[in-house]
Design a protein around this ligand. Structure first.
Ligand SMILES: Cc1cc2nc3c(=O)[nH]c(=O)nc-3n(C[C@H](O)[C@H](O)[C@H](O)COP(=O)(O)OP(=O)(O)OC[C@H]3O[C@@H](n4cnc5c(N)ncnc54)[C@H](O)[C@@H]3O)c2cc1C
Length: 433
């Protein structure tokens, strides 16, 4: 084999692409993993890994990358602040998910994941931007034969995994459309030096105010990165806001980040925010057409970001592993991945993402959080309420869970996606055709 042909071509070497390449190479397939950037490279992110992401990394065999012995922080849960209160919500005890989170700068973890894929046998090509595809028709659907790169080279492949992240140029060429009218995120992050890099809690501020004290749409986060990473003792400090076409977030997230950092400076003894960068987050599976006969979109390209907490690394890893696990079935089916992949995504994430999109859309209503926030943050049941909220927002619920909170959430999810199917049958926003 050479770099002009392969069995599985993976475009994009973020967590989704590296996980797909690692899994496929481990299953004995001939894999080429391609990225337009050279590694190590930065990726605008909060760097937070909740128990769901830790679990996904453990399943991938990447526990070493996030272990305390590798200098990664042990995060016990979430501390929420705002509306005159502060609540501590430890990660829940759960039979499937660990009760540990962590945070690792993406420059580090993405590079380590690429190396892991290469160690499993995947070939790697960096600095190569995929720009177009050659297709033919099979059963009325487009099958990818080859991918063209900006340097004029072409790679022929049997399967194409699209892990391009939010930009998704090749996926767009194949008909994937991000439904930007639905709820999505806009967020900015920075790295700030602090002596408290080993703080064992993620902090989130639900109420942000500008320098004049006026309430701003959005929330802030401080994710401790430990003391031994590439930024030294530091935190990832950022802020984000939810937006829809009906209620666009009218906020300059970079300016808000500067104000937020100023407000946290004394308590955290913060240095100047550095590496400030902002980006959009597609969310909740709000894309159409995520697969064809021999191609599938994973991670951000399939909008697999949880609308309630902006997490996407875990879903990138999960979806990448899942699509590779489906390849033996796709090998045997004349339609390949075309129907199988959207059906799998709907089955796995449809209910939870439908409900999360609905809840996140509600949060874009002006005044709603300000009205409910004090009840959740200051009332007598604040610890209990916010503990459950942290679990639900982190999607730390499985269909096997039998407790009341989980059953109520799962039922609400089923109702929410049934509502979507009934009222939006034509547009099918979630992973639709
Ligand atoms: C401000 C912000 C904060 C966030 N915070 C968190 C957080 O704390 N925790 C969390 O879990 N998630 C967070 N997310 C979401 C998370 O960053 C993404 O969900 C995650 O990176 C998705 O991984 P991916 O592999 O799908 O895509 P990416 O990580 O974006 O990787 C895509 C790769 O594809 C390459 N590529 C793109 N197009 C091409 C092409 N045409 N040819 C070749 N290569 C190409 C890119 O160079 C890139 O390396 C945050 C996002 C933002 C914007």
């Amino acid at each position: 084999m050479n770099d002009t042909e392969c069995e599985v071509l993976v475009v994009g070497a973020g967590p989704a692409g590296s996980a797909a390449a690692h899994r496929a190479a481990g299953a004995g397939r001939d894999v080429l993993l391609v990225d337009m950037q050279d590694f190590p490279r930065d990726k605008t992110c909060g760097d937070g890994l909740t128990p769901r992401a830790v679990h996904a990394l453990e399943r991938l065999g990447a526990s070493d990358l996030i272990s305390a012995s590798a200098g990664r922080p042990e995060i016990h849960g979430l501390k929420l602040h705002g509306f005159g209160g502060s609540v501590t919500a430890p990660w829940p005890e759960h039979p499937e998910f660990p009760s540990r989170g962590t945070a690792v700068a993406r420059t580090d973890i993405d590079n380590a994941l690429v190396n892991m894929a290469v160690a499993s046998g995947a070939r790697r090509r960096t600095g190569a931007k995929a720009v177009d595809v050659d297709t033919d028709l099979v059963n009325g659907a487009r099958r990818v034969r080859a991918v063209h790169f900006a340097d004029g080279s072409t790679v022929h492949c049997r399967y194409l995994v699209l892990a391009e992240g939010v930009r998704s140029g090749v996926a767009r060429a194949l008909g994937t459309r991000w439904l930007r009218g639905l709820v999505h995120g806009v967020a900015a992050r920075s790295y700030c030096p602090t002596p408290f890099g080993d703080e064992p809690w993620i902090h989130s501020h639900l109420e942000l105010r500008d320098a004049a004290g006026t309430a701003q749409p959005g929330y802030g986060w401080i994710f401790p990165l430990g003391t031994g990473g590439e930024h030294g003792s530091a935190v990832n400090l950022g802020c984000g806001a939810l937006s829809t076409s009906r209620r666009p977030a009218k906020v300059n997230v970079r300016r808000l980040l500067a104000t937020y950092a100023e407000q946290c400076r004394d308590e955290w003894r913060l240095g100047e925010p550095d590496y400030v960068a902002s980006a959009l987050l597609p969310m909740g599976g709000a894309v159409t057409r995520v697969a064809g006969v021999n191609w599938a979109a994973v991670g951000d390209t399939a909008a697999l970001v949880n609308p309630l907490n902006g997490e996407g690394i875990d879903y990138a890893l999960e979806s990448a592993s899942d699509v590779i696990d489906l390849l033996p079935d796709a090998d045997r089916s004349p339609d390949g991945l075309r129907y199988m992949w959207p059906a799998h995504l709907s089955e796995r994430y449809g209910d939870a993402f439908s409900l999360a999109r609905r809840a996140a859309t509600l949060l874009t209503m002006p005044g709603l959080l300000a009205a409910l926030g004090p009840l959740g943050m200051r009332g007598p049941l604040a610890d209990h309420l916010m503990g459950s909220a942290a679990r639900l927002m982190g999607n730390l619920v499985t269909p096997e869970d039998r407790d009341l909170t989980a059953r109520a959430w799962l039922t609400a999810g089923r109702l929410s996606s049934a509502h979507d199917r009934f009222w939006h049958a034509e547009s099918r926003p979630l992973f639709g055709r």
